[in-house]
Design a protein around this ligand. Structure first.
Ligand SMILES: O=C(O)c1cc(=O)[nH]c(=O)n1[C@@H]1O[C@H](COP(=O)(O)O)[C@@H](O)[C@H]1O
Length: 318
């Protein structure tokens, strides 16, 4: 199987899009017409929630597939509903792959090495199945927490190597409190800079033909100055950049995460796209029945917004 970054770049080129759509369903924001039909059949049960999530996600995937390179389901929204939610997570990944999208599983996993291996096998690789091995969730890439150090990361890097997968290590997160720990200094370096250097080390032996490593970094769009500095430190890492849209960042803020020749970053937005029908400026144009059209308008806008900003910065690769 080809490298994850080779596939990601090809997908970005094919769709002319650096957009990743976050599939983070919330029951109280899903259009009533989807819920009513399913509740009529399954009642107000967790089974119904799983089916509602899947149907909503399929609608979103159909609407955005031509305009996005990847989707990123965040597992927290699913696992809170137990196995019925997890089933929806699994089936969402399957459907997105069928629709030719790359899937970044957002689970921010890690643990001691031996346990991390179970996470890596389950999310990216193959799980022990008597004499056989069976593919787990089957995501193309996974978000991981690097806080446990190298032995916790090794199993994920192994999965990248053997299965052509990718990981995105949390380096500079998008949230308001990110700096509480990440800005602390050790040996005259900030913690996020130390993490960036570890990302380089972990990805050293797993690069594609353009030098991009399968070990990428999560860099919040809400911290463009840090992104610029981190782009310098991690010349070979792909950045997963959340924070566009609902968290307040715009296209200008994501530009520093890209390399000069373009590429090197993929930008995520969840609420701004999947719930566009409830948000400015789309909510006056689209009803709840038209949530797919609203998502499509929002993703098309985001794609153009980022491409325009990259073009102005001389970083659009086509
Ligand atoms: O790893 C992530 O994806 C992530 C890291 C980070 O620093 N900030 C961040 O917002 N995320 C995720 O990105 C998504 C952002 O969603 P919206 O704010 O709705 O666009 C959520 O799934 C978050 O869990």
């Amino acid at each position: 199987m080809s490298n994850f970054t080779t596939r990601l770049k090809a997908k970005i080129e094919e769709k002319k899009s650096f957009v990743c759509v976050g599939l983070d369903p919330r029951l109280n924001r899903i259009p009533e017409q989807i819920k009513e039909e399913i509740v009529a059949e399954y009642g107000k049960t967790k089974e119904a929630v799983g089916k509602i999530f899947l149907e909503f996600n399929q609608g979103i995937i159909d609407a955005v597939a031509d305009y996005a390179a990847a989707v990123k389901p965040q597992i927290a929204f699913y696992e809170q509903y137990g196995h019925q939610g997890i089933k929806a997570y699994e089936e969402t990944i399957e459907y997105a792959k069928k629709k030719d999208l790359l899937v970044i599983g957002d689970a921010k996993r890690n643990d001691i090495g031996s346990t991390a291996k179970a996470y890596a096998d389950g999310h990216l690789g193959e799980v022990d199945f008597w004499e056989e091995a069976e593919v787990g969730y089957g995501a193309d890439a996974l978000t991981v927490n690097g806080y446990l150090g190298s032995d916790g990361i090794d199993p994920f890097v192994e999965a990248c190597n053997q299965q052509g997968k990718g990981i995105f290590v949390l380096v500079r997160t998008s949230n308001p409190s990110a700096g509480e720990l990440q800005d602390l200094e050790a040996d005259n370096k900030r913690i996020y800079e130390v993490m960036a250097e570890l990302v380089n080390d972990w990805g050293e032996d797993i690069k594609d033909e353009d030098g991009f490593s399968a070990v990428g970094a999560v860099i919040g769009a809400t911290y463009p100055e840090e992104a610029e500095e981190l782009r310098e430190i991690m010349g070979n890492a792909y950045f997963l950049v959340p924070g566009y849209g609902a968290q307040g960042a715009g296209a200008k803020e994501v530009v520093p995460s890209f390399k000069d020749g373009g590429y090197g970053a993929i930008v995520n937005s969840a609420r701004g796209i999947i719930f566009a029908y409830q948000r400015e400026p789309w909510k006056d144009r689209f009803s709840a029945d038209e949530y797919q059209e609203a998502a499509q308008a929002a993703v098309e806008y985001m794609r153009e917004d980022i491409n325009t900003a990259l073009n102005e910065a001389g970083k659009l690769p086509w």
